[in-house]
Design a binder for this molecule. Structure first.
Ligand code: AMP
Length: 176
């Protein structure tokens, strides 16, 4: 297994969910046991000595590998969810989409100041989603924040937007 095989396992769906968008369907990568395990092992290798104490996954596709990476690192998993899903006291963060706004939420007791946090999502596009997640995690004044994606769409320059907004360390397994 190598990264080229991983890249080739992601399916392109043109014009989904709307015209002009090429949707990167990770389900074709995750359903293949060898590919899925290689992805998880590669992300684990990158962060195994980083002192991570919590993995934060972004709903919903960020939960899949996020939970596996947390298990491999032997640390806890914290969900960042869409509105109305978390039952206890919350922090909320709204962010701009192409058309309109969306909100992400995290439990107020999910993290502590001494945490070293790895935020995971399946894909970095324009960066709006993960910047909202970074803003939520920053409310806890944690000691450091790492951000990881399975896929980064380089041409959308989400990375530049993140680095303008914060000083987190970003790493993605594959790039298009
Ligand atoms: P953004 O906030 O623009 O970085 O979008 C990131 C979020 O939207 C991630 O949670 C992705 O799962 C999803 N997303 C955005 N663009 C795509 C795409 N072309 N293919 C698959 N998922 C996407």
């Amino acid at each position: 297994m190598n990264l080229e095989q991983v890249r080739n396992s992601v399916r392109d769906i043109p014009d989904y969910p709307k015209p002009g968008i090429i949707f990167k369907d990770v389900s074709t990568a995750y359903r293949d046991g060898e590919v899925f395990n290689f992805i998880a092992a590669s992300i684990f290798e990158k962060y195994k000595d980083a002192g991570i104490t919590k993995v934060v996954g972004i709903e919903a596709r960020g939960f899949i590998l996020g939970a596996v990476i947390a298990e491999k690192l032997k640390v806890g998993f914290v969900p960042i969810r869409k509105p109305g899903k978390l039952p206890a006291e919350l922090f909320s963060q709204s962010y701009e989409l192409e058309y309109g706004f969306d909100t992400l939420e995290i439990h107020q007791d999910a993290l502590q100041e001494n945490d070293v946090v790895l935020i995971h999502d399946d894909l970095l596009a324009t960066g709006g989603t993960v910047i909202a997640a970074i803003d939520l995690v920053s409310k806890f004044k944690v000691s450091s924040i790492f951000v990881n994606f399975f896929i980064e769409l380089d041409f959308l320059k989400g990375r530049d937007k993140i680095t303008q907004a914060s000083s987190v360390s970003i790493w993605s397994l594959i790039h298009y």
